[in-house]
Write a protein that binds this ligand. Sequence first.
Ligand code: MN3
Length: 230
Amino acid sequence: MSFKQADLSYDYNALEPYIDGRTMEIHYSKHHAAYTANLNKAVEGTSLEGTPIEEIFAGISAQPAAVRNNGGGFYNHNLFWSMMGPRAGGEPAGELLEAINGTFGSFADFKAQFSTAAATRFGSGWAWLVKQADGSLVVSSTPNQDNPLMDIAEVKGTPLLTLDVWEHAYYLHYQNRRPEYVEAWWNVVDWSAVSGYLTMVRVGEGVADVKDWASSQWDKFSDFLGKLTD
Ligand code: MN3
Protein backbone atom coordinates (compact mmCIF):
# COMPACT_ATOMS: atom_id res chain seq x y z
CA MET A 1 0.00 0.00 0.00
CA SER A 2 1.39 3.39 -0.91
CA PHE A 3 0.26 6.99 -0.74
CA LYS A 4 -1.32 8.36 -3.90
CA GLN A 5 -1.90 11.75 -5.45
CA ALA A 6 -5.62 12.39 -5.78
CA ASP A 7 -6.75 12.78 -9.40
CA LEU A 8 -7.51 16.35 -10.43
CA SER A 9 -11.20 16.68 -11.22
CA TYR A 10 -10.45 19.51 -13.71
CA ASP A 11 -7.88 20.29 -16.40
CA TYR A 12 -4.64 22.14 -15.65
CA ASN A 13 -5.93 25.25 -17.44
CA ALA A 14 -9.42 25.11 -15.92
CA LEU A 15 -8.60 27.65 -13.21
CA GLU A 16 -7.42 30.34 -15.63
CA PRO A 17 -7.15 33.29 -15.59
CA TYR A 18 -6.73 33.07 -11.80
CA ILE A 19 -4.21 30.21 -11.73
CA ASP A 20 -2.44 29.54 -15.01
CA GLY A 21 -2.28 26.10 -16.59
CA ARG A 22 1.51 25.90 -16.70
CA THR A 23 1.74 26.57 -12.96
CA MET A 24 -0.92 23.95 -12.25
CA GLU A 25 0.85 21.40 -14.43
CA ILE A 26 4.25 21.88 -12.79
CA HIS A 27 2.71 22.13 -9.34
CA TYR A 28 0.73 18.90 -9.69
CA SER A 29 2.96 16.77 -11.89
CA LYS A 30 6.34 17.82 -10.45
CA HIS A 31 6.07 19.30 -6.95
CA HIS A 32 3.17 17.27 -5.60
CA ALA A 33 4.34 14.14 -7.40
CA ALA A 34 7.77 14.50 -5.78
CA TYR A 35 6.36 14.94 -2.26
CA THR A 36 4.26 11.84 -2.75
CA ALA A 37 7.11 9.73 -4.12
CA ASN A 38 9.47 10.93 -1.38
CA LEU A 39 6.91 10.19 1.33
CA ASN A 40 6.52 6.65 0.03
CA LYS A 41 10.29 6.30 0.01
CA ALA A 42 10.57 7.66 3.56
CA VAL A 43 8.04 5.22 5.06
CA GLU A 44 9.00 2.17 3.01
CA GLY A 45 10.03 -0.69 5.24
CA THR A 46 9.26 1.26 8.45
CA SER A 47 6.42 0.82 10.92
CA LEU A 48 4.71 3.79 9.22
CA GLU A 49 4.07 1.83 6.06
CA GLY A 50 0.30 1.32 5.87
CA THR A 51 -0.42 3.80 8.67
CA PRO A 52 -3.11 6.38 7.79
CA ILE A 53 -1.53 9.76 7.15
CA GLU A 54 -3.67 11.48 9.83
CA GLU A 55 -2.28 9.05 12.40
CA ILE A 56 1.27 9.77 11.26
CA PHE A 57 0.61 13.53 11.63
CA ALA A 58 -0.70 13.05 15.18
CA GLY A 59 2.76 11.80 16.19
CA ILE A 60 4.86 13.71 13.66
CA SER A 61 7.18 15.22 16.30
CA ALA A 62 8.75 11.78 16.71
CA GLN A 63 9.36 11.32 12.98
CA PRO A 64 12.25 12.37 10.74
CA ALA A 65 12.04 15.57 8.70
CA ALA A 66 11.54 13.60 5.48
CA VAL A 67 8.24 12.21 6.78
CA ARG A 68 7.08 15.57 8.15
CA ASN A 69 7.94 17.57 5.02
CA ASN A 70 6.86 15.06 2.37
CA GLY A 71 3.87 13.83 4.36
CA GLY A 72 2.60 17.39 4.64
CA GLY A 73 3.38 18.06 0.99
CA PHE A 74 1.47 14.96 -0.03
CA TYR A 75 -1.62 15.62 2.08
CA ASN A 76 -1.87 19.42 1.87
CA HIS A 77 -1.88 19.41 -1.93
CA ASN A 78 -4.54 16.69 -2.16
CA LEU A 79 -6.74 18.85 0.04
CA PHE A 80 -5.89 22.02 -1.87
CA TRP A 81 -6.80 20.54 -5.30
CA SER A 82 -10.08 19.19 -3.95
CA MET A 83 -11.21 22.63 -2.75
CA MET A 84 -10.76 24.45 -6.03
CA GLY A 85 -12.58 24.30 -9.33
CA PRO A 86 -13.73 26.17 -12.41
CA ARG A 87 -17.03 28.09 -12.18
CA ALA A 88 -16.41 28.47 -8.45
CA GLY A 89 -15.84 31.40 -6.10
CA GLY A 90 -18.61 33.54 -4.69
CA GLU A 91 -19.69 32.94 -1.11
CA PRO A 92 -20.38 29.87 0.98
CA ALA A 93 -23.95 29.06 2.05
CA GLY A 94 -25.86 27.17 4.71
CA GLU A 95 -24.17 25.76 7.76
CA LEU A 96 -20.68 26.84 6.66
CA LEU A 97 -21.73 30.47 6.14
CA GLU A 98 -23.49 30.47 9.54
CA ALA A 99 -20.36 29.10 11.21
CA ILE A 100 -18.17 31.70 9.46
CA ASN A 101 -20.54 34.56 10.33
CA GLY A 102 -20.78 33.34 13.92
CA THR A 103 -17.00 33.33 14.34
CA PHE A 104 -15.76 36.20 12.18
CA GLY A 105 -18.80 38.47 12.05
CA SER A 106 -19.21 38.30 8.28
CA PHE A 107 -17.85 36.52 5.23
CA ALA A 108 -15.96 39.69 4.27
CA ASP A 109 -14.27 39.79 7.68
CA PHE A 110 -13.32 36.13 7.41
CA LYS A 111 -11.93 36.67 3.93
CA ALA A 112 -9.84 39.61 5.09
CA GLN A 113 -8.44 37.64 8.02
CA PHE A 114 -7.61 34.61 5.86
CA SER A 115 -6.02 36.77 3.14
CA THR A 116 -3.85 38.50 5.73
CA ALA A 117 -2.73 35.16 7.15
CA ALA A 118 -1.83 34.02 3.62
CA ALA A 119 -0.05 37.24 2.68
CA THR A 120 1.95 37.55 5.89
CA ARG A 121 3.13 33.96 6.31
CA PHE A 122 6.88 34.55 6.07
CA GLY A 123 8.62 32.41 3.45
CA SER A 124 6.85 29.24 2.31
CA GLY A 125 3.74 27.82 3.89
CA TRP A 126 -0.02 27.48 3.96
CA ALA A 127 -3.03 29.44 5.23
CA TRP A 128 -5.87 27.54 6.89
CA LEU A 129 -9.42 27.67 8.13
CA VAL A 130 -9.41 25.18 10.98
CA LYS A 131 -12.14 23.56 13.06
CA GLN A 132 -10.66 23.11 16.52
CA ALA A 133 -11.46 20.28 18.92
CA ASP A 134 -13.91 22.48 20.87
CA GLY A 135 -15.85 23.10 17.64
CA SER A 136 -14.70 26.67 17.11
CA LEU A 137 -13.35 27.96 13.79
CA VAL A 138 -10.06 29.80 13.52
CA VAL A 139 -7.76 31.13 10.79
CA SER A 140 -4.08 30.18 11.00
CA SER A 141 -1.00 29.62 8.90
CA THR A 142 1.82 27.08 9.01
CA PRO A 143 5.42 27.15 7.75
CA ASN A 144 6.81 24.81 5.08
CA GLN A 145 4.53 21.77 4.61
CA ASP A 146 3.22 21.63 8.18
CA ASN A 147 -0.54 21.42 8.77
CA PRO A 148 -3.02 21.68 11.67
CA LEU A 149 -3.28 17.88 11.99
CA MET A 150 0.35 17.72 13.14
CA ASP A 151 1.12 17.55 16.85
CA ILE A 152 3.73 20.30 16.39
CA ALA A 153 1.22 22.80 14.93
CA GLU A 154 0.61 26.00 16.89
CA VAL A 155 -3.09 25.84 16.00
CA LYS A 156 -4.37 22.27 15.92
CA GLY A 157 -7.60 20.96 14.46
CA THR A 158 -9.23 19.75 11.28
CA PRO A 159 -8.51 21.80 8.16
CA LEU A 160 -11.61 23.00 6.31
CA LEU A 161 -9.95 25.26 3.75
CA THR A 162 -6.35 25.74 2.72
CA LEU A 163 -4.23 27.90 0.45
CA ASP A 164 -0.71 27.14 -0.75
CA VAL A 165 1.44 30.27 -0.54
CA TRP A 166 4.74 28.71 -1.62
CA GLU A 167 6.24 30.70 -4.50
CA HIS A 168 5.93 27.63 -6.75
CA ALA A 169 2.14 28.06 -6.48
CA TYR A 170 2.10 31.51 -8.10
CA TYR A 171 5.52 32.78 -9.22
CA LEU A 172 5.19 32.20 -13.00
CA HIS A 173 2.12 34.41 -13.24
CA TYR A 174 2.32 36.70 -10.22
CA GLN A 175 6.10 36.80 -9.50
CA ASN A 176 6.51 38.48 -6.09
CA ARG A 177 2.89 39.71 -5.91
CA ARG A 178 1.55 37.16 -3.45
CA PRO A 179 -1.41 39.32 -2.31
CA GLU A 180 -2.65 39.47 -5.94
CA TYR A 181 -2.52 35.68 -6.17
CA VAL A 182 -4.44 35.38 -2.90
CA GLU A 183 -7.10 37.82 -4.11
CA ALA A 184 -7.47 35.96 -7.41
CA TRP A 185 -7.62 32.56 -5.68
CA TRP A 186 -10.96 33.38 -4.03
CA ASN A 187 -12.47 33.06 -7.54
CA VAL A 188 -11.62 29.36 -7.71
CA VAL A 189 -12.63 28.27 -4.19
CA ASP A 190 -15.24 25.52 -4.46
CA TRP A 191 -17.48 26.36 -1.49
CA SER A 192 -19.70 23.34 -2.02
CA ALA A 193 -16.60 21.19 -1.54
CA VAL A 194 -15.65 23.08 1.62
CA SER A 195 -19.23 22.76 2.93
CA GLY A 196 -19.14 19.07 2.15
CA TYR A 197 -15.93 18.74 4.06
CA LEU A 198 -17.38 20.53 7.10
CA THR A 199 -20.35 18.19 7.09
CA MET A 200 -18.09 15.18 6.76
CA VAL A 201 -16.12 16.37 9.78
CA ARG A 202 -19.40 16.70 11.71
CA VAL A 203 -20.44 13.20 10.69
CA GLY A 204 -17.03 12.01 11.93
CA GLU A 205 -17.76 13.74 15.24
CA GLY A 206 -21.00 11.79 15.50
CA VAL A 207 -23.25 14.77 14.84
CA ALA A 208 -26.54 13.30 13.70
CA ASP A 209 -28.12 16.52 12.50
CA VAL A 210 -26.91 16.56 8.92
CA LYS A 211 -30.20 17.14 7.14
CA ASP A 212 -28.64 19.48 4.61
CA TRP A 213 -26.10 16.88 3.65
CA ALA A 214 -25.96 16.21 -0.08
CA SER A 215 -25.07 12.63 -0.88
CA SER A 216 -23.00 13.77 -3.84
CA GLN A 217 -20.74 15.64 -1.44
CA TRP A 218 -20.38 12.62 0.75
CA ASP A 219 -19.36 10.56 -2.28
CA LYS A 220 -16.89 13.19 -3.36
CA PHE A 221 -15.09 13.33 -0.03
CA SER A 222 -15.19 9.69 0.92
CA ASP A 223 -13.86 9.10 -2.57
CA PHE A 224 -11.11 11.68 -2.00
CA LEU A 225 -10.05 10.18 1.33
CA GLY A 226 -10.31 6.64 0.03
CA LYS A 227 -7.98 7.44 -2.83
CA LEU A 228 -5.17 8.67 -0.64
CA THR A 229 -3.65 5.19 -0.70
CA ASP A 230 -3.86 2.19 -2.95
MN1 MN3 B 1 2.66 23.58 -3.42
